[in-house]
Design a protein around this ligand. Structure first.
Ligand code: NAP
Length: 299
């Protein structure tokens, strides 16, 4: 339980509701900023404006996945209120106060350094990335079905990258009956791909792999699906680029050649916002227990 913990939830989207639900169930005392249009109420939660928040009492601040923008503004879909996180607000918090976000930027990093607080970037954690790969895979399957006229079963699929997303994608497409080849650049990854019963190749050699490919799924956040690679693909090939913007595909050249190439960011939040929220909520509640409650017990 998180009884006696004061947690401020500042803005967010549907995923944040799962965080609020979970922390409410765990008996935390919640201050919700940027939720005035939310009709739902949660036990132990009070809606307020940021000016009403007593930062000196706050044990943890939960920001939305993007954190803030470069001016400190926090997005919320449940209010028209403008919410700005200022460095002085963080400075007012107790020293042990934890700040959670999905990712960060220069503004948030600087505010955290200057206020000497701890920022936990959830999307950099392996556990969150691996859990998130599950809805990402489901969203990828959905996109492939929507944008092809062949079954995944029996199709030739190339997955680039054997990271947290690539491994899940490769396994799922193989389980659906596709012939899956996986590009990696480390010899241990090549060995793992072979162990998984899939066909490995070094990503640097991708040009020699694509002449019979139906579907290319890229997870490498770097330009790997170059114009030269695209020029060797059959015209019916579908490219789904999962890597963060701008992706790893030469989209301009793909369009010129008439090959369908889709950049597909943020699939977990799109196809399964509830699950995506639960993933974040579970990790936040565990970290709050480990870092704040167990810390209190020790001191
Ligand atoms: P990851 O675990 O770091 O895996 C990245 C993979 O790309 C690794 O195999 C890495 O190889 C490879 N790679 C990186 N740079 C490369 C380069 N220059 N050339 C060749 N290979 C390269 O990352 P992840 O968690 O799987 O996420 C992959 C991408 O998907 C990220 O951009 C992430 O933001 C994005 N993502 C998108 C969604 C979505 O909904 N579309 C969801 C989750 C994540 P090494 O191990 O050798 O470095």
């Amino acid at each position: 339980m998180l009884t006696d913990l004061n947690v401020a939830v500042l803005g967010g989207d549907a995923r944040q509701l799962e965080v609020i639900r979970k922390l409410s169930e765990l008996d935390a005392k919640l201050s919700l900023v940027g939720f005035d249009q939310l009709t739902q109420n949660f036990i132990g939660a009070t809606k307020m404006e940021i000016s009403e928040l007593d930062f000196s009492e706050i044990d943890a601040i939960i920001l939305p996945v993007p954190g803030t923008n470069l001016s400190g503004e926090i997005e919320t879909i449940f209010s028209n209120e403008k919410i700005i996180l200022e460095e002085e607000m963080l400075t007012k918090t107790p020293e042990h106060c934890l700040v959670f976000s999905g990712i960060s930027n220069r503004y948030l990093d600087e505010a955290i350094i200057n206020s000497k607080r701890k920022l936990i970037k959830l999307f950099e954690r392996d556990d969150v990335a691996i859990y998130n790969s599950i809805p990402t895979v489901e969203g990828t399957i959905m996109m492939v079905i929507q944008h092809t006229d062949i079954t995944i079963h029996g199709s030739n699929v190339i997955v680039i990258g054997l990271g947290r997303v690539g491994m899940s994608v490769a396994r799922a497409f193989s389980c659906l009956g596709a012939q899956v080849r996986v590009g990696a650049r480390k010899s241990e990854d090549i060995a793992r791909i072979a162990e998984m019963g899939l066909k490995p190749f070094y990503t640097a050699n991708i040009e020699h792999e694509v002449d019979d490919v139906d579907i290319v799924i890229n997870t490498a956040p770097s330009l790997v699906v170059t114009a030269s690679v695209i020029s060797k693909m059959p015209l019916h090939t579908l490219i789904v680029d999962l890597a963060s913007k701008p992706g790893g595909t030469d989209f301009r050249y793909a369009e010129k050649r008439g090959i369908k190439a889709l950049l597909a960011p943020g699939l977990p939040g799109i196809v399964a916002p509830k699950t995506a929220g639960q993933i974040v909520a579970n990790v936040i509640s565990r970290l709050l227990k480990e870092e704040l409650l167990h810390g209190k017990e020790k001191s």
